[in-house]
Ligand binder design. Structure first.
Ligand code: PLP
Length: 284
């Protein structure tokens, strides 16, 4: 695999980052994951805009290559012959001479790393037909979940708790209401209404969420942006999640209770189809 590190395209074995990099020592970094379908980037502009916002919110220096990100993504797709897959991008605050809690001076350059993950048939995932099971866990993450930082230890633990319970993912609950999934936004459907947590600092502002809600409204579906409880989810007609890598994925079971008849619902299926159709058309 050819990866990108600070201006260079290298075989992955040759790519190196300092042990003093603040991403490594302090989780002082942000990231984006953009999917590739048919060799083209899905919603590249949405991911780039959110990346810029994450950098601003953390006073992180912007890499010199910021204006070349589209070109770098495309070069990696080409060099690695990616048809379907993901491109991971990470910017960390760089490597000062020594470990220090205070941010380094402006002459320390941020570290920009990108790599590809080939996933043939990404959009034809069999899970989209069967749906996934989720468990609920307490949301004990920090308070700025709207910034896409690499601080992902608790979501990783959540995934492991889900796995142990025979489920695929964990929905996190704060003050009795679902915030989001470990790496996705969470939705329920009651009647014809799609319900998902409102935006704020409590959740990541999903790029897929924004597109899916826009398509839902354009298709005259009713959308309500508010928190919902696990009890409400258990009594919903449908449930699903969205993310750049899962697109729209049905959820058929919450904490061992089947949602609806325990199979993917029609609204989730329709939204997945519209999302994939429209985003493939707009891919660059
Ligand atoms: N929420 C969290 C915590 C995430 O990590 C992610 C994606 O990684 C999402 C939501 C979905 O965001 P997006 O649709 O931009 O991939």
């Amino acid at each position: 695999r050819i990866v990108y590190v600070n201006g260079d395209y290298l075989p992955e074995e040759e790519a190196k980052v300092s042990i003093f990099d603040r991403g490594f020592l302090f989780a002082d970094g942000v990231y984006e994951v953009t999917s590739v379908l048919g060799g083209k980037l899905i919603d590249f502009d949405g991911h780039k805009t959110r990346l810029q916002r994450s950098l601003n919110e953390l006073d992180m220096p912007v890499p010199e290559a910021m204006d070349d990100l589209l070109e770098i993504h495309r070069a990696l797709v080409e060099k690695n012959e990616i048809t379907d897959g993901l491109i991971y991008l990470q910017i960390t605050r760089g490597a000062p001479a020594d470990r220090d809690f205070a941010f380094p001076s402006a002459d320390v350059k941020p570290t920009l790393v990108l790599f590809t993950q080939s996933k043939p048939g990404l959009a034809e995932s069999p899970q989209a037909k069967t749906g996934i099971k989720v468990i609920s866990i307490e949301d004990i993450r920090w308070g700025r979940r709207d910034i896409k930082t690499v601080q992902l230890l608790y979501p990783s633990m959540g995934k492991m708790m889900a796995k142990k319970a025979g489920a695929e993912d964990a929905w996190m609950v704060e003050d009795g209401l679902v915030t989001e999934g470990s790496s996705n936004n969470a939705y329920i459907v009651k009647g014809n209404k799609i319900i998902t947590r409102h935006l704020g600092t409590e959740i990541l502002h999903g790029i897929t969420r924004a597109a899916v809600l826009r398509f839902a409204r354009e298709a005259q579906m009713e959308v309500e942006e508010r928190g919902f409880s696990i009890d409400e989810a258990k009594n919903a007609d449908e449930a699903f999640i969205t993310s750049a890598s899962a697109f729209v994925m049905p959820v058929v079971n919450v904490d061992g209770v089947a949602i609806g008849d325990g199979t993917p619902g029609p609204i989730a299926a329709r939204l997945r189809e519209i999302y994939l159709d429209e985003m493939r058309k707009a891919a660059i």
